[in-house]
Write a protein that binds this ligand. Structure first.
Ligand code: ZN
Ligand code: ZN
Ligand code: FE
Length: 346
């Protein structure tokens, strides 16, 4: 069962997806559905012995091209709609015990190309209002499969976060003639205290309004809206900057840091979104090595985030960790030790 139910108080859609209760939950090693199928072994989701990057439809999709009939009928106050859309899984390495931080630059570049292609294709589908590329990493984020993978959701309505950002950007443009993100980037360059990484085409900062202690926003220096608008050198630079940021994250507490990575691109609903500026947001749940930030009373019930760290201090901490310059990352093979184990923080 899957459908959209309108929340008239928050004015947003809630997606029901009851079949997701049955999905695979942390399968034992050797039974990973995202590992390549070994010759003679039982087949996984990926029916070949090796691959570079694979994209397929989620077996337990919340949104689908042929959505089931809603379980209940809507009313004027609480409309119900069918859960049209698409949910895809992006498996970007055949290696089970690696993370995006450890994947080589060449493969990350290819992955960005895959995200861009899927965005263009799904965004062109009639009825798709928003294409969202994201990755949940780590058990503390609720990941149900260890094998590194990202996801792509094509929504039938622009979800609340990008919708709010786009409205803010539109209003700012109408009032000032300028781009909100371009203005924020300039301010961060001038101030300098919250910069984490600077490269030719990208800027990574802990924004002054960070809601999570180590939240980072990675923004394109050029006013682009979608990944498929990036030039090859912007993609190349993004691959290095993304990897450099994730390596910093893993060095922060000395373990592979969980996070939510949210790629924020321009909506595809045909509305006025020219003011929207491509950026990627990262929310690690860790406040400290051991303590996680939970969405508690103020956050969950009132929507007011309390960040008990100073962005100027967390940014300085991330900035000082290596690598300090994304350009120094080489196009090497995945970083592994002689036994083939990934080198975390190498
Ligand atoms: Zn696996
Ligand atoms: Zn801009
Ligand atoms: Fe955003």
């Amino acid at each position: 069962m899957s459908e959209l139910r309108w929340h008239p108080l928050r004015r947003e859609w809630v997606i029901t997806a009851t079949h997701r209760q049955d999905r695979t939950f942390l399968p034992p090693p050797g039974h990973c559905p995202l590992c390549p199928t070994q010759p003679g072994a039982e087949p996984t989701e990926i029916d070949r012995p090796d691959f570079d990057i694979v994209v397929f439809e989620n077996r337990f999709p919340s949104l689908s091209e042929r959505p089931p009939r809603p379980a209940v009928e809507g009313t004027d106050l609480t409309p119900v709609a069918s859960a049209f859309g698409r949910c895809e899984v992006v498996v970007y390495t055949p290696r089970h015990d690696i993370t995006l931080a450890e994947v080589d630059v060449r493969r990350i570049r290819h992955l960005i190309g895959v995200w861009a292609d899927r965005t263009r294709e799904l965004g062109a589908v009639e009825g798709v209002a928003y294409v969202y590329v994201f990755e949940n990493k780590g058990e503390s984020i609720g990941v149900t499969l260890h094998h590194p993978h990202g996801q792509i959701y094509a929504y039938p309505a622009v979800p609340p976060v990008p919708a709010q950002e786009s409205a803010a950007a539109r209003e700012h443009r109408d009032q000032t003639g300028g781009c909100l993100w371009c203005g924020l980037m300039e301010q961060e360059e001038r101030d300098g205290r919250r910069l984490v990484l600077r490269s030719e085409h990208w800027q990574a900062v802990v924004p002054s309004y960070a809601r999570w202690p180590y939240e980072v926003h990675l923004t394109a220096r050029r006013h682009a809206g979608w990944l498929h608008e990036l030039t090859p050198s912007e993609v190349e630079d993004l691959a290095r900057t993304l990897k450099a940021l994730l390596l910093k994250y893993d060095r922060l507490f000395g373990f592979s840091l969980p996070y939510v990575m949210a790629v924020h691109q321009r909506p595809t609903d045909g509305g006025d979104h020219d003011a929207y500026h491509l950026h990627i947001e990262f929310y690690p749940p860790n406040r400290t090595e051991r303590k996680l930030k939970y969405l508690a009373g103020s956050e969950a019930g009132a929507g007011a985030f309390i960040n008990d760290t100073l962005p100027e201090e967390t940014a300085a901490r991330l900035r000082e960790l290596p690598p300090q310059d994304a350009a120094e990352l080489v196009d090497a093979d995945e970083l592994v030790d002689p036994e083939g184990r990934p080198l975390v923080g190498a």
